[in-house]
Ligand binder design. Structure first.
Ligand code: SF4
Length: 269
């Protein structure tokens, strides 16, 4: 009896030790946590992504650099779908920078209400339009340094407009690009500007915008917060340690939720 218990204990310790090794291995292959792990070649990733998304592009609908600039500002904390439902009415009423610069916020707010934070956004797009009129004759400047001096325009927004509407190579880095590049092992960095620099060094300028578009589409459709690794074109080169047909991340995510649910039940009892 005592011997059986002892064998059981040894088995338990062996399993625990293997789990530790396993975890240690996962940590070793996570490129972000171990900067000496070589990066995955970005051109190989782009080639695989283009098999899945042959013509990647922004999902925002626009007819001019001005419309894309405003749509990108409105897309903060919102979805491209919601913005695309909103902008036709907005641009029918305020078709250019001059019209929007002269607008009353009370007239703009109801038109962009669905995108969220509508008061702040109404003020932001009016102020932005006023600066375009005052300093750039109502046109959107095709220069990163100038664009980022405009109110509410950061590198991501500037890169979106430069790359898609102004013919200047730009590589926008959003939360999808950050998540997907870290998982695949395209960068050791976590700050958007550093990730942008790494990717820009890894692919030719002509590919910058479509690299970003493909990564964003991939992050929205396949490499979601709970990734669908079993249908992923990049799986053969990706370094994400939890590739198990999408099941492991789901299971891992379920534990804290279950714990929270139990705690909530205990509190409300
Ligand atoms: S294999 Fe999984 S983690 Fe890697 S890119 Fe594809 S979906 Fe994302």
């Amino acid at each position: 009896m005592a011997r059986a218990r002892c064998d059981q204990g040894r088995r338990f310790h062996r399993i625990a030790a293997l789990s530790c090794l396993d975890l240690h291995y996962h940590h070793r292959v996570s490129p972000r946590q171990k900067p000496d792990v070589p990066l995955v070649a970005a051109p190989a990733v782009l080639e695989r992504l283009l098999r899945h998304y042959p013509t990647p592009d922004t999902e925002l609908v626009y007819r001019s650099p001005f419309e894309l600039l405003i749509a990108t500002v409105l897309s903060a904390q919102s979805t491209d779908k919601r913005v695309n439902e909103t902008t036709p009415t907005l641009f029918a009423r305020f078709p250019d920078a001059a019209a929007l610069a002269a607008a009353d916020p009370a007239d703009v707010e109801p038109l962009i209400h669905a995108t969220g934070f509508f008061r702040v956004k109404a003020k932001a797009i009016i102020t932005l339009s006023q600066r375009l009129v005052q300093d750039h004759a109502g046109q959107v400047p095709a220069d990163m340094d100038v664009l980022t001096t405009l109110p509410g325009v950061g590198r991501k927004t500037a890169n979106v407009v430069l790359g898609h509407a102004l013919g200047v190579p730009g590589l926008p880095v959003d939360r999808h690009v950050l998540r997907v590049t870290e998982r695949i092992g395209l960068t050791h960095e976590t700050a958007p500007e550093a990730v942008e620099r790494d990717l820009c060094e890894a692919v030719p300028a002509a590919d910058w915008t479509r690299m970003s578009d493909a990564l964003i589409l991939h992050g929205r459709r396949i490499c979601r917060p709970k990734p669908l690794c079993d249908v992923c074109e990049v799986a053969d080169v990706c370094r994400y340690p939890f590739k198990t047909g999408g099941l492991a991340p789901l299971d891992l995510a379920a534990k804290p939720v279950a714990r929270r649910a139990r705690r909530t039940k205990a509190v409300t009892r």
